[in-house]
Design a binder for this molecule. Sequence first.
Ligand code: NAD
Length: 363
Amino acid sequence: MSVFERIKGDGYEQVVFCSDDHTDLRAIIAIHSTALGPALGGTRFFPYNSEQDALVDVLRLARGMTYKAAAAGLDLGGGKAVIIGDPKRAKSEELLRSYGRFIETLGGRYITAEDVGTALGDMDTVKRETRWVTGCSHTYGGSGDPSPVTAYGVFHGMKACCLEVFGTPELEGRTVAVQGVGKVGYALCGHLTEAGAKVTIADVDVDNLARAVSDFGVATTDLAGIHALDADIFAPCAMGAVINDDTIIDLQCKIVAGCANNVLERDEHGDKLMGLGILYAPDFVINAGGLINVEDELRGYDRERAMTRVENIYKTLQTIFAASRERGVSTATAAVEHAQDRIRKISRIRMIRTAEFGPASIR
Ligand code: NAD
C-alpha cells in the first residue's frame, strides 16, 4: 500500500521522511492535525522490523495525539515522530541534533517531546537545534519527567470512575490490580496506597517489582493473572492491546483504568466491556497528564498550574461517562466523539476573520 493510500480518508496533513547519510538518521514525522494548534507528540526511537512498521506506528500514534490533546482541552494538534534504530546503539549527539534540524524546518507545525526510547537528556540535545521541543530537563528550564504527572492524572481519573460505579470517588479500601510498575505505574502505586487502596502488582522486571513492594508494601501476583484478579480496578500500565479477545473473558473487575496507550486491541472491545458492565476509562483521556504537563512547559512551566489542570481529567471523564450513559454508546466511542466535537467547534470559530494579514488572508 502506498503512503498516500494509507493516509487517505483519515485526515492526515503531512508526513515527513527525514534522512541524513552523515548520521544515519532515518526518521518519520507524521502530522495528523493542526486544527487546534501545532501538532505535539513524542519521538519514539525504536528498532522497527521494517519501514512499513514504522510508518504504521507513527500514523496510528499521531492520530491518537490529536484526540488526546482535543479531549484534554488543549490548543494543540496531533503528531508523532519515529526514529528507526536501536536507541542503545544508534543514538548519538549528532543524530539527535540532525533530527532537531529537520523539526526546525517545519517551523513549529510539529513540537516534539520524549517517548519510548528517548529521554529527557535527548530532548535537551534536540533543543540545541530547534525551539520546537518540550519536556526538557529542569536544568534547561524544562518540566522534567512527565511520568509522575501522568500518574497523578490517572489517580484522579480513577476517582471519577469510582464515583460513576460506586457512587463515591474515595479510593480507600478499593482493590486495584496494577499491570506494570515502571515510571507511571510506580508513581500511581504511591498515590493509591497513600489514599488507602489495596494494591496488587505484576511486572516482568523483577527490580521494578521489588522497588514497588519495598516502597509501598503492595502485594504481587503472577504476570498471567493480573488482569483476571478479583479487584475493583484493573490498571494497565505496561503495554497496549491488553484488553483483547483472550483477556476480556477473564476480567472480574468493575473498572479498567490505567496509563497504557491503546489499551483496547480493537474498537469493538470498548462495546464488549460495556456489555459486561465494566466501566472503561478511555486511555487517551485518563493518561493525558504528561501531555498537559509538557504543554504547560511551552507557556513557561508552572508546576502548580500544571497539576491543577491535570486534575481536570476527573471532570472530563465525568462528561464522557454522562455522554456514554445518555446516548447508550461505549465510553471509548463517547471519548472519540467528545474530541471530534471540540475539534469541529473550535475549527469553526477559527473561520472568523481577525486582523491577521498575510498571504493566507489576502488570497
Ligand atoms: P515504563 O517502561 O517505565 O514502564 C513499563 C513497565 O511495564 C516496566 O516496568 C516493564 O517492565 C513493565 N512491563 C512490560 N511488559 C509487561 C508485561 N507483559 N506485564 C507486566 N509488566 C510489563 O513505561 P511508562 O512510562 O511507565 O509507561 C507505561 C505505559 O503508559 C506505556 O504504555 C506508555 O506508552 C503509557 N504512557 C506513559 C506516559 C508517561 O508519561 N510516561 C504518558 C502516557 C502514556
